[in-house]
Design a protein around this ligand. Structure first.
Ligand code: SF4
Ligand code: SF4
Length: 309
């Protein structure tokens, strides 16, 4: 039986305030573990005064490496490589850093068997700590293509850790809060599949509404219950009404937050909104929204447990 509740926070694109919302909700939901699966632009940890506790290399795939001692400089590999990843300098052939796409063609075709198939170092993942919250985050090397795999790694490690805490009776709660990547690509699917629920942060603009529909479809495909938070809700009341209409029967709208400069200020101050402005209207709204999310998560888990019995 799954003991950890996983709430993944998503948005169709960057700039909706997703990460600020995640960090702010964490102030009330009090997860023991936070995972930043937005590995292409990891910035959740910047909203905390983190202390790094652990750092691990991430090898997401394989890449070619020419062994110069065996190479006869025939040039076939450079000819064959469709990604122009192999260069020749002064008669010496080598694979350019970060350019190999891992198709393995040169490895198979090299007449001298001079090309090794090595694990590719795609980035690092870290565990940092701030005030009792364990934050799992990562950095993908520039040009590396494995953000889906790295997001899976971060989420998997965070989940295992959260489970360990619960089984030892430690930590604040059984919640793993995940800051998901933007868009609807591979990293989003990696963060979403099998989660307890998704919280979609949207804004009432035509493109925001369009993105919301696409994520709701994706979540429905994977049978993940969704909740919606409308940020910058005062931008366009007509679209807000449309969102409520569209969400009916599909997802619960857990609340609205009007456009607020506090989002930028909180980011600049590296602090979640409830810590920066504890008496603000925004903090009050976020507190109410957290309560609704908590209730819904409990209901989903209870229903699941009922179904599994
Ligand atoms: S195909 Fe093999 S032998 Fe020829 S240049 Fe490339 S690595 Fe060297
Ligand atoms: S494995 Fe493919 S992409 Fe990488 S260097 Fe060889 S041919 Fe190019």
């Amino acid at each position: 039986l799954k003991t950890i509740k996983e709430l993944v926070v998503l948005s169709g694109k960057g700039g909706t305030g997703k990460t600020s919302v995640t960090a702010s909700l964490a102030c009330f939901l009090k997860p023991s573990v936070l995972a930043d699966c937005d590995v292409d632009a990891a910035n959740l940890s910047m909203l905390y005064s983190v202390q790094e506790k652990r750092r691990e290399d991430f090898f997401g795939g394989n890449e070619a490496q020419i062994n110069s001692e065996k190479c006869s400089a025939c040039g076939l590999c450079a000819e064959l490589c469709r990604f122009d990843a192999i260069e020749e300098k002064g008669g010496v052939y080598s694979v350019m850093e970060g350019r190999c796409e891992g198709c393995k063609l040169c490895v198979v075709k090299c007449p001298e068997e001079a090309i090794d198939w090595k694990p590719a170092h795609n980035g690092v993942w870290m565990v940092s700590k701030d005030k009792g919250i364990n934050i799992f985050h990562a950095e993908l090397n520039g040009g590396a293509e494995n953000s889906g795999k790295l997001a899976t790694k971060v989420r998997g490690e965070a989940f295992q850790y959260a489970e360990q805490l619960v089984s030892r009776g430690e930590g604040n709660s059984d919640l793993l809060l995940i800051d998901g990547p933007p868009g609807i690509g591979c990293p989003v699917i990696a963060s979403l599949t099998g989660a307890t629920a998704a919280l979609i942060v949207t804004e009432p603009t035509p493109s925001g509404f369009h993105d919301l529909k696409r994520i709701l479809e994706l979540a429905a495909h994977f049978r993940i219950p969704s909740m919606i938070l409308i940020n910058k809700a005062d931008l366009n009341s007509a679209i807000v009404d449309e969102i409520y209409g569209f969400a009916k029967g599909k997802a619960e709208v857990v609340g609205e937050i009007p456009y607020s400069e506090l989002f930028h200020k909180a980011q600049k101050a590296c602090s979640p909104i409830p810590e920066l402005a504890p008496e603000s209207v925004e903090t009050e709204l976020l507190r109410d929204i957290s309560k609704k999310i908590s209730k819904t998560l409990d209901a989903i888990s209870a229903k699941k447990r009922g179904g599994e019995r």
